[in-house]
Design a protein around this ligand. Sequence first.
Ligand code: FPP
Length: 247
Amino acid sequence: MEDLKELISNSSLKHIAMIMDGNGRWATKRGEDRSYGHKFGSERVIEIAQICSDLGIKVLSLYAFSTENWKRPEKEVISIFNLLNKFISRELDTMIEKNIKLSIMGDLSQLPLINRKAVEHALKKTSSNTGLILNIGLNYGSRAEISTAFKRLYFDVRDGKIDIEDIDEKAISKTLYTADLPDPDILIRTGGEKRVSNFMLYQIAYSEFYFIDTLWPDFDFAELSKILKDFFKRDRRFGGINANKGS
Ligand code: FPP
């Protein structure tokens, strides 16, 4: 942990984004209902958040529920939302104690009222925390996020608040849910699939990708350490060249 902490503090690494996939398969392998996997998956959330907080990471973004996940059987959707409230009531004290600030990306207006209230309560209670930002995607879809940003920018131009020339990459970034957050340096997807499933499409332009076979309920510090150690070996050029390597 200490060696990684030092590597991180001497680097520009600020933001890790994760697609938490594989809960269903993890449960099925054990002859259990898919909800059982989500339950174990939700327990990993606070563990990984605490690890990231201890490591000095600034932002951890997690994909908990996508705009497409409504297509799942109602029973499964209900179980995920039940887990969300359980997660908040179980972990809010830990978030406060660990100085973790909760942040949500996604359209909360479509969530059941009981979930919206719990989320709003946790957002308020952690709003002045200055440590890790735990940014959870809930009813989140990147294309919907970008479409909403386009509409907002259109209205700002129409209403004379900004000029058409003001619409640049920075203005678009500032209109997304992640307006105040740095872009992810690392995108991790557990569960073996090699796709990004409508997650932070604008923000991951220069992220380093890790697609790993481990199912989300099995993801732990050892897995994260492996990824971080590899990340520090990668040569991030952001479209430029690395002057030190001459290539
Ligand atoms: C993907 O696994 C996981 C989800 C769609 C839900 C993620 C939800 C949680 C981890 C629990 C709730 C979250 C919080 C923040 C309390 P999958 O079901 O697609 O797995 P599969 O690919 O094996 O079927």
